[in-house]
Design a protein around this ligand. Structure first.
Ligand SMILES: Cc1cc2nc3c(=O)[nH]c(=O)nc-3n(C[C@H](O)[C@H](O)[C@H](O)COP(=O)(O)OP(=O)(O)OC[C@H]3O[C@@H](n4cnc5c(N)ncnc54)[C@H](O)[C@@H]3O)c2cc1C
Ligand code: HEM
Length: 388
């Protein structure tokens, strides 16, 4: 029966489902795997809690899809995951040992009810999952990652850096996409960052990074990055886009959430005619609006773009004078005071617009909820996934 045995698959899914408290099983699986394959351990960061959670979530979702006999979405997900996993340096041996370790852990965990049907379903499901990942990784011709050298680091505000790199080879991505990045200060801790300029044939790339309080990687990027650092980039993802025939556009950017929206706007400047774009760019203090000058330059040459600066507080803190003056010449809308969700919805529900929201997870959630409450259709709102 194997993959057709839905009852057996259900038992396996329930065992790995984090909602049923699968933490111990997943922990045992990784312990078992690393005991049989030390080279696999080396690929992961020291703390595994987050990995346990994402792996349990992925495996239980995949088994759920198999139970419902759906193939298209899980196969596409696994193929992408397999191609993406090339950047970690996963080997064929790692896949073999993982397959054995997962089947053995399931057998040990379900020992009191293990029978031939469960054994067959477990074997076939794990072989399918790992087989699709491995097959897609093997079939991929392009390089698994792309390295680059930091050439400039500008401390734009107290907690935001603009970092420019020269890549060894150009990296192709669509405007609005994000990439995964590994920095020398934190090897093996990949983070998502959104390029702040469109893909460049010459290999130039720019990122805007905000130091998140209590974060691991972002404070190191803002505090320690220096010219000459070598960064590793991989895997453009995401589908945030402007439909140039889809009507006018509302963009809402909180802090470095500006990066992908700026890239989309820069890309639009290639065209003579565009839908109207209204961008709200928000920060805590006026001095946090670090990129207003660039936006002013673009808006002054492209009448379809309007920019409203927004800050939560109306005056700057004393430390603002330590960083570059962000005030652009007159030409943008008057700066508004308040939080982005409130300020944006003061102007209405924007229901007739394509809406793109980008920034920290709380700001995105709050702005989306406020717009929907004012009548904007959820289907017209785009944002990136809120967590990696
Ligand atoms: C699709 C996508 C694109 C992104 N693009 C950018 C970008 O262009 N520039 C940029 O600066 N960041 C961007 N991020 C956020 C970035 O990937 C990291 O999550 C962020 O820098 C925190 O990493 P860390 O290692 O410092 O914090 P971690 O050690 O991973 O997390 C520490 C704590 O901070 C919280 N946290 C994580 N991210 C945020 C956040 N953005 N705001 C508030 N709290 C947070 C976590 O929930 C956790 O509690 C993007 C994230 C996603 C999902
Ligand atoms: C030989 C096999 C594999 C190896 C060596 C491996 C290794 C890794 C590593 C090193 C990470 C990054 C961890 C981090 O950044 O903290 C990762 C992430 C992840 N892995 Fe795997 N993995 C393997 C197979 C699988 C399989 C079979 C699945 C699920 C079906 C899976 C699902 C995930 C997911 C969802 C993530 C997080 C997203 C991402 O970073 O791509 N992995 N894996």
């Amino acid at each position: 029966m194997g993959l057709d045995d839905r009852d057996a698959l259900r038992v396996l899914r329930d065992a790995v489902d984090p909602q049923n408290g699968s933490y111990e099983l997943i922990r045992q699986f990784y312990l078992h795997w690393f005991a049989t394959d030390l080279s696999a351990r080396d690929l992961f960061p020291p703390d595994m809690d987050k990995q346990h959670a994402v792996f349990a979530h992925a495996i239980s979702w995949l088994l759920g899809e198999l139970i419902d006999q759906r193939a298209e979405e899980p196969v596409a997900f696994l193929a992408q995951l397999g191609r993406d996993h090339r950047k970690y340096g996963v080997t064929q041996q790692n896949y073999d040992t993982m397959q054995d370790a997962l089947c053995t852990t399931l057998r040990n965990h379900l020992a009191d009810r293990w029978d031939d049907r469960l054994a067959e379903a477990a074997h076939d499901a794990v072989a399918l999952i790992i087989g699709v990942m491995r097959g897609a990784a093997d079939a991929e011709q392009g390089p698994p990652y792309c390295d680059g050298t930091v050439i400039e680091h500008i401390r734009a505000t107290r907690d935001v850096s603009v970092i420019r790199l020269q890549l060894d080879e150009p990296l192709y991505y669509h405007p609005g996409q994000y990439v995964t990045v590994q920095v020398p200060q934190w090897p093996r801790r990949w983070r998502y960052l959104s390029p702040a300029i469109p893909a460049d044939r010459g290999g130039a790339i720019e990122f805007h990074v905000r130091s998140v309080t209590g974060g691991m990687v972002s404070p190191a990027i803002v505090g320690e990055t220096k010219p000459g650092d070598r960064w590793r980039l991989s895997n453009p993802h995401g589908g945030m886009h402007v439909d140039r025939d889809g009507g006018d556009v509302l963009m809402v950017a909180g802090s470095t959430g500006l990066a992908p929206l700026r890239t989309l706007i820069m890309d639009m400047t290639r065209f003579g005619e565009n839908p109207r774009v209204h961008l709200f760019f928000g920060g805590r203090f006026p001095c946090d609006l670090y990129d207003l000058k660039t936006l002013w330059q673009i808006a002054s040459n492209n009448p379809w773009l309007s920019v409203t600066p927004v800050s939560e507080y109306s005056i700057d803190p004393p430390w603002a004078s330590d960083y570059p003056d962000v005030q652009p010449p007159r030409g943008l809308h008057v700066r508004q005071t308040g939080r982005l969700p409130e300020v944006v919805t003061r102007y209405g529900g924007w229901g007739d617009r394509q809406i793109l929201i980008c920034g920290g997870p709380q700001m995105v959630e709050a702005t989306k909820a406020a717009l929907i409450a004012k009548g904007a259709p959820a289907a017209r709102i785009q944002h990136d996934p809120l967590a990696s």
